[in-house]
Design a protein around this ligand. Structure first.
Ligand SMILES: Cc1cc2nc3c(=O)[nH]c(=O)nc-3n(C[C@H](O)[C@H](O)[C@H](O)COP(=O)(O)O)c2cc1C
Length: 305
């Protein structure tokens, strides 16, 4: 069973992926947050994030997002020219600004446009393409409607997150709808969504024994040792877990401190991790960490852990 780290814009960028691989590992491939074109050009920030010289994880799969064949061709060529052989196409992003441009899950209600964009998969046989998608923007029928098209393409795998775009991240995952897709899907299929512990993973595997992998996002941010555990590693004791998580934090904090200029920038980058990280930390300590107004105060609060 493959275990993948989901792309999480603002969280799993190069600094975090490298730190996670160094301290924990257990992940078969890390997926980057999506690389996009703006006015025909890739953003410098996105390029830096996937540039091989900034990445030290064993396998990185750059994810791209596009609304047309031209866009997909350009952005896929960009990562191919960096030396990547596997590119993931985002068909799941639910943010209104993206959906309005018919990107992410905004393309799922338009099978003809999707077919047209995905011609590129055949045009670039030197690249292996996968897709990461939702059930649809408005209805699960959308995924079922585009499945014959996906089955016909030489895709490496499909990752399905069984929520609708309109749900964003709210409500529960729809395992029944996932099951309908699973039973008709002819490509290696990966489950993604709300896996927070080994029991959640076991339940999904019991329901869908032919899955080729699991992709973990927020659950892995909260419990960075979970991938190791799913790969058969011995679960960490509470003490070991806390120690390794602090090590991960310290590597990440050091990287941000070296790369960014000034307290404001460093704090703006590190604080969001506490939304998911070390969920067992006492409330008052967490509050001190996220309210810290200077790096000194922040470090003082972290020392309380
Ligand atoms: C803050 C945030 C950023 C995300 N960024 C991306 C992204 O760049 N590309 C993508 O395919 N999915 C993105 N996702 C979706 C996740 O990859 C994943 O599909 C979703 O969180 C469900 O999995 P989980 O419950 O294991 O977190 C993002 C989700 C969150 C919460």
């Amino acid at each position: 069973m493959n275990v993948y780290f989901a792309p999480l814009q603002g969280f799993t960028e190069a600094a975090y992926r490298n730190a996670h691989a160094e301290v924990f590992g257990g992940v078969d491939a890390y997926f980057s947050p999506f690389v996009r074109l703006e006015k025909g050009e890739a953003r410098a920030k996105d390029i830096r994030d996937v540039a091989p010289e900034n990445n030290s994880v064993p396998v990185l799969v750059p994810q791209v997002i596009a609304a047309s064949a031209d866009e997909l061709r350009s952005v896929a060529a960009l990562v191919r020219d960096m030396g990547y052989k596997w590119v993931d196409i985002n068909l799941g992003c639910p943010f209104p600004i993206i959906v309005k441009k018919r990107k992410g899950c905004g393309l799922l209600p338009y099978p003809d446009d999707l077919r047209d964009m995905l011609r590129v998969v055949r045009e670039m046989p030197d690249l292996s393409f996968s897709v990461k998608m939702r059930l649809g923007l408005n209805s699960e029928n959308e995924a079922m409607d585009v499945l014959p098209l996906l089955n016909d393409l030489p895709l490496r795998q499909i990752v399905l997150h069984p929520r609708l775009g309109v749900q964003q991240y709210k409500g529960s995952v729809d395992l029944e709808a996932f099951g309908r897709f699973y039973s008709k899907c002819e490509k290696p299929l990966v489950y993604n969504g709300d896996i927070a512990c080994a029991d959640d993973a076991a339940r999904v595997q019991r329901l869908f024994p032919d899955l080729s992998g699991l992709m973990l996002g927020r659950g892995l941010l909260a419990n960075p040792g979970l991938a190791n555990e799913l790969k058969g590693g011995v679960p960490l004791t509470e003490l070991e877990r806390r120690k390794k998580e602090l090590e991960l934090h310290d590597v990440l904090f050091r990287t941000f401190s070296e790369r960014l200029c000034g307290d404001v920038q460093v704090l703006a980058k590190i604080k969001p991790f506490w939304e998911y990280f070390m969920p067992y930390v006492e409330k008052n300590v967490r509050k001190k960490i996220v309210k810290a107004s200077t790096v000194e105060k922040y470090k003082e609060a972290v020392r309380l852990l």
